[in-house]
Design a protein around this ligand. Structure first.
Ligand code: UD1
Length: 415
């Protein structure tokens, strides 16, 4: 459980960690080779532990020293992925493409992960089928077979981050050229292609497609992960919601364009430097409407925290979620804390209130949990957040970093 005594502006500087959503596919990329893949700027969080445990279980040697992770070996990779790890984290499913390319036959359970609506893997499977895999799903397990994957054109109905990564990972060891039409272009996907290039694949991004020319063997690489734009955005919103002054360093400001545009429209002062962003909010911000979308649209992972922010803004705002079907897990907790927010279809409608109060609430997933902590930091009194362990999945030292900004927050055991 996380406990917050709120009502005080956050002030100070915090450094962004390496991006979780870039780190997890990078671990899966290491399955493509037996040479060392060294990942620098790796965030220390539970999802990363799950990814490394999965890699180890599948046959890799894993070493970790501070923020550097080294994966090597794995001449003989396992062909069956353990159900528990795939259930714990959806990104584990990205091992399917690499394992298939390396071993020719894989049994991979259908994934679990955050409770944010149905998240099928049809695009992943259709993509691999285009590369020549024979795929059957039976009893919740995907059985995939391919003697040699062959490059092909994969059209994605939707620019899914995971499906794009799955096809690129498999395409890196496929014969010939793989073209993903309508790919996801999130910075984390681009980061994965930087790693795959360093490992020996040829990758070229175009306006509407990404082309990868695979190799029959890939080598190792040393790869520095991009900063976590979602973590950075969370701290910027923490500064804004508490009417404080927060600087996040070690960021790529251009990855935060959508968020920065919205909060400055709302009246928050934003200053951008080369690798840092500072927000300062003294007056009450005003309502702005937000719609999530694939990059460079407003990131769905910052939708729950931005709803929390808008609950304290002047006026009515609508926040429309277009990426996931049901992702308003934060709303019930916000209402308990005095917010006036309701959900209609895929839209949350906030009527800003002048203050929130502490309450006993529940975190339902990583980002909804972050949203509730932000609201608690701004609220008067004490908030007890059960399910705080969700936060450790996606944020490195969340409580410690918030304390560094002057927050009164601590972890306690759940009653
Ligand atoms: C990744 C991120 C997650 C982020 C999301 C959207 C990681 C580890 N996670 O998740 O934090 O919120 O991108 O930016 O990088 N879909 C299908 N069929 C598929 C695949 C996806 O219908 O085969 C749908 C999903 O249900 C969802 C939408 O596409 O509605 C977006 O999903 P996707 O982009 O694939 O997200 P993830 O890769 O799961």
């Amino acid at each position: 459980m996380i406990v917050v005594d709120g009502g005080r502006p956050l002030v100070g500087t915090v450094r962004a960690s390496g991006a979780k959503n870039a780190a997890l596919p990078a671990v899966m990329a290491s399955l493509l080779t037996t040479d060392p893949v060294v990942i620098e700027n790796a965030p220390r969080l539970l999802d990363m532990d799950t990814a490394l445990t999965l890699a180890r279980t599948l046959g890799k040697e894993v070493g970790q020293e501070g923020g550097t992770v080294r994966l090597c070996g794995g001449d003989e990779l396992a062909q069956v992925a353990p159900d528990a790890l795939v259930q714990r984290m959806r990104a584990s499913f990205l091992a399917l493409g690499p394992l298939l390319a390396r071993t020719g036959e894989v049994w991979m359970p259908l994934p679990g992960g955050c409770a944010i609506g149905p998240r099928p893997v049809d695009l992943h499977l259709r993509g691999l089928a285009c590369l020549g895999a024979e795929i059957a799903v039976d009893g919740g397990v995907v059985h995939a077979k391919a003697r040699q994957l062959r490059g092909s054109t994969v059209y994605l109905d939707y620019p899914s981050v995971g499906a794009t990564e799955q096809v690129l990972l498999a395409g890196a060891l496929a014969e010939g050229e793989t073209v993903v039409v309508n790919p996801a272009r999130e910075p984390e996907v681009v980061d994965l292609t930087r790693l795959l290039s360093a490992m020996g694949a040829d990758v070229v991004w175009h306006m509407d497609r990404v082309v990868i020319r695979g190799r029959l063997e890939l080598g190792g690489a040393t790869h520095r992960l991009i900063p976590d734009r979602i973590e950075a955005g969370t701290y910027l919103l923490a500064g804004a919601i508490t009417r404080g002054t927060v600087t996040v360093t070690g960021v790529r400001p251009d990855h935060l364009d959508a968020l920065l545009a919205k909060i400055s429209q709302a009246g928050v002062e934003v200053a951008v430097e080369e690798a840092a962003v500072r927000v300062a909010a003294s007056a009450r911000p005003h309502a702005v409407n937000v719609q999530t979308g694939p990059y460079p649209g407003f990131p769905t992972d910052l939708q729950p925290p931005v709803v929390a922010f808008l609950c304290l803004a002047e006026g009515q705002a609508t926040v429309t979620e277009t990426v996931f079907e049901s992702r308003f897990g934060q709303v019930e907790a916000l209402v308990r804390m005095g917010a006036r927010v309701r959900v209609s279809g895929n839209t949350a409608i906030t009527e800003g209130v002048s203050g929130l109060h502490g309450a006993a609430v529940q975190a339902t997933d990583i980002r909804a949990g972050a949203a509730v902590v932000l609201a608690a930091l701004a609220a008067h009194g004490r908030t007890e957040i059960r399910g705080g362990s969700h936060l450790a999945r996606g944020y490195e030292d969340f409580v410690g970093k918030l304390r560094g900004l002057g927050a009164t927050v601590w972890e306690a055991s759940e009653p």
